[in-house]
Structure formats: structure tokens, C-alpha cells
Design a protein around this ligand. Structure first.
Ligand code: NDP
Length: 324
């Protein structure tokens, strides 16, 4: 019997409240593995973490080793197999994107330095807290004892959203949709690309789609889906974000037979900077993520992709003083 240690930051927040229970009730790890869950958050919310710990224990999960709650990042990160960086300061009214970037950047820099000192070299780090791609860049630069390949940022929610909207439009099963790529940043410049999608190994249904629907409805809907949910629900999409983090972790642990979307820092054939976290088409085998290079890209697609790269380079420029 072996044990996996999973640390979740921002553990008293909304996403974590779905994520923790999803991971412990799921089946990412073999049946005989036990999970130790480390819940990290800031000191004022420790009472809330105590309540969450009791709730987890009350579920009597068969695979739970134990729950540790703490406000000490060093304690939370050392020995972890996976660190899920969920905690981040939310944008408040009137706050500019650059202010949010800088506030979260300094939080992520401090946490990176602790990961660098305390974490195992094999620890995989998944970044969720926004701006996720640029926070991942700060972590990777400041935790250089870990290989760059160990860091990825969440784009799976965007890919899940795109598959779901497409499956609804074409009345097909979501699991039959393959090779859907989301390029770029986890922001409104992301580009959901259906030019290579196969449905039951065929492109016939994709060819039946009206190009105006793709450009005027599909792409903007995926780019702005988070805002659409806030508009209806009055709160952000925490449960679907948690579900996507579960999927992302599952893919890292078990691999995938589809093209996946994650923010990664990699050399690539697409003339995209290899010093930003960018979402490409990816093949993920156990412990190895590689870019699917040389996928054909239309001029229109390239325009969208370059727009997202431009945004990430601007974000990088804002936080450049925090990169080692
Ligand atoms: P959530 O748990 O709802 O969200 C956490 C982060 O995930 C936010 O940055 C959020 O971005 C991001 N996110 C990424 N994708 C999504 C998505 N699809 N839907 C919603 N969010 C997404 O935030 P809470 O405010 O409830 O909880 C944050 C926790 O972090 C708190 O417990 C707080 O104490 C902790 N925290 C810790 C800090 C530290 O360690 N120093 C500093 C600040 C907070 P977005 O804001 O854009 O929605």
C-alpha cells in the first residue's frame, strides 16, 4: 500500500470546497493507495479549515489517510506529491487587471521560494489561482530546483466547456469528441479550435457547421463562459472549476488518449514564446507531457493564437521584476 500527499492552497475557498470531496470520492489513484490531504490557507480562516477537516472525516472515505490543516506553507509543501495552487486574491470592484497581477504575483513568488526550499523534486504543481498562466510562470521561475515540466496551469475547464457546447450543438456524446484544442491564456483571449476535431473518428459533422456560428457564437461563448455563469448564478464557476482540476490531475497521473489542454512552458513549432505558460495541443502519458507539434493552422486561427500570446507577453512584462 502506498500513500500520496496532495496539498491544496486556498483550501477554505469555494473551489476547494468542491475539489477536496471530488478528489477523495474519485478514482484517480489505485484502490489500495491512501491519500493524505494537506489544506493550506491564511491564518484568519483556520477555524473554517477545522470545520472542513471534520466534514472530510465525517465522509469516512475509504482511501483517506489523514487531513492536515495549516497556515504554514513549508509544512504543507514538504513531502507533497501534488500541489494544487488554488488560493489567490480575488479581483475587487474597481481593481485593474495589472493590480491583481501584481498582488497575486507577490503571493506566488513567496510560495515559490518555499516550494523551492521544501518540496520534493518530483512534486507536480497545478496552478489554478488567476491569472493562472502568469502565476505559473512566477512559480516556475522562482522554484527552479524543480524541473519546468513539473508545472502546469489549468485550461481543462475551457476544453470541457468547448466540448460540452459542441456536443449540445451537434447532439453528440461529449466523450466522442476528440482533438479539440484550446490555445493560449485562461482568459477571454483563449482560442477554442475545432479545426482538428474528430467525432467518432470523422470530421463530417464539423464540416456541417456554419462558419458564422463558429466565429460569432461558439468562440466568444467559450471565451466568456465564466462571466456568463457569474451573470446567472451570481457567483463564479467553482464546481466546474473543481471538476476540471480533478480531470487535470487524473490526466497527469494516468495519461490520456486524447489531445489535452494545459498551460505549459515549452519549446514548440508554433513560434510561440517558450517563456510563457501557453496552452497547446498536448499528448500526456504517465509523467510526460509533450506538445503535439506541426498541427496545421489557418491564418484566422494563427491570428487568435498570436493575440493570446500577446496578452501573456504583456502580463509577463508587468511582473518581470519577480522573475529570477
Ligand atoms: P475561489 O476558490 O473561488 O477561486 C480561487 C482562484 O481560482 C481564484 O484566483 C479564481 O480566479 C481562480 N479560478 C480559476 N478558474 C476559475 C473558475 N473557472 N471559476 C472560478 N474561479 C477560478 O476563491 P475564494 O475567494 O473562494 O477562495 C480563495 C482562497 O484563497 C481563500 O480561502 C483565501 O483565504 C485564500 N487566499 C490565500 C492567500 C495566500 O495564501 N496568501 C491570498 C489570497 C487568498 P478569479 O478570482 O478570477 O475567479
Amino acid at each position: 500500500m502506498s500513500k500520496k500527499i496532495i496539498t491544496i492552497t486556498g483550501a477554505a475557498g469555494n473551489i476547494a470546497y468542491s475539489l477536496i470531496f471530488r478528489i477523495l470520492s474519485g478514482n484517480i489513484f489505485p484502490q489500495d493507495n491512501k491519500i493524505q490531504i494537506n489544506l493550506l490557507d491564511i491564518t484568519p480562516v483556520l477555524p473554517s479549515l477545522t470545520g472542513i477537516k471534520y466534514e472530510i472525516e465525517d465522509c469516512a472515505f475509504r482511501n483517506l489517510d489523514h487531513v492536515m490543516i495549516t497556515d504554514d506553507p513549508e509544512l504543507a509543501f514538504s513531502e507533497s506529491d501534488y500541489i494544487l495552487m488554488v488560493g489567490a486574491k480575488p479581483r475587487t470592484k474597481g481593481m485593474q487587471r495589472a493590480d491583481l497581477l501584481l498582488d497575486n504575483a507577490s503571493i506566488f513568488k513567496k510560495q515559490a521560494e518555499i516550494i523551492n526550499k521544501a518540496a520534493k523534486k518530483t512534486t507536480k504543481v497545478i496552478v489554478v489561482g488567476n491569472p493562472a498562466n502568469t502565476n505559473a510562470l512566477i512559480l516556475q521561475h522562482n522554484a527552479h530546483n524543480l524541473p519546468a515540466e513539473n508545472f502546469s496551469s489549468l485550461m481543462k475547464l475551457d476544453q470541457n466547456r468547448a466540448k460540452s457546447v459542441l456536443s449540445d450543438k451537434l447532439n453528440q456524446k461529449v466523450e466522442d469528441i476528440k482533438k479539440l484544442i484550446v490555445w493560449g491564456n485562461h482568459s477571454a483571449t483563449q482560442y477554442p479550435d475545432i479545426n482538428h476535431v474528430l467525432i467518432n473518428n470523422s470530421r463530417d459533422l464539423i464540416h456541417s457547421l456554419d462558419s458564422r456560428w463558429i466565429e460569432k457564437k461558439f468562440i466568444p461563448r467559450i471565451q466568456n463562459r465564466g462571466a456568463e455563469i457569474i451573470e446567472h448564478r451570481g457567483k463564479s464557476s467553482a464546481a466546474s472549476a473543481a471538476s476540471a482540476i480533478y480531470d487535470h490531475l487524473n490526466i497527469l497521473v494516468n495519461g490520456s488518449n486524447d489531445w489535452e489542454s494545459m498551460g505549459v512552458i515549452r519549446k514548440n513549432s508554433y513560434d510561440i514564446s517558450s517563456d510563457i505558460f501557453f496552452s497547446f495541443p498536448l499528448k500526456v502519458e504517465q509523467n510526460k507531457i509533450s506538445v503535439v507539434d506541426n498541427v496545421e493552422i489557418s491564418d484566422l486561427s494563427y491570428k487568435y493564437i498570436k493575440e493570446s500570446e500577446k496578452e501573456l507577453l504583456t502580463e509577463r512584462n508587468i511582473i518581470r521584476d519577480l522573475l529570477d
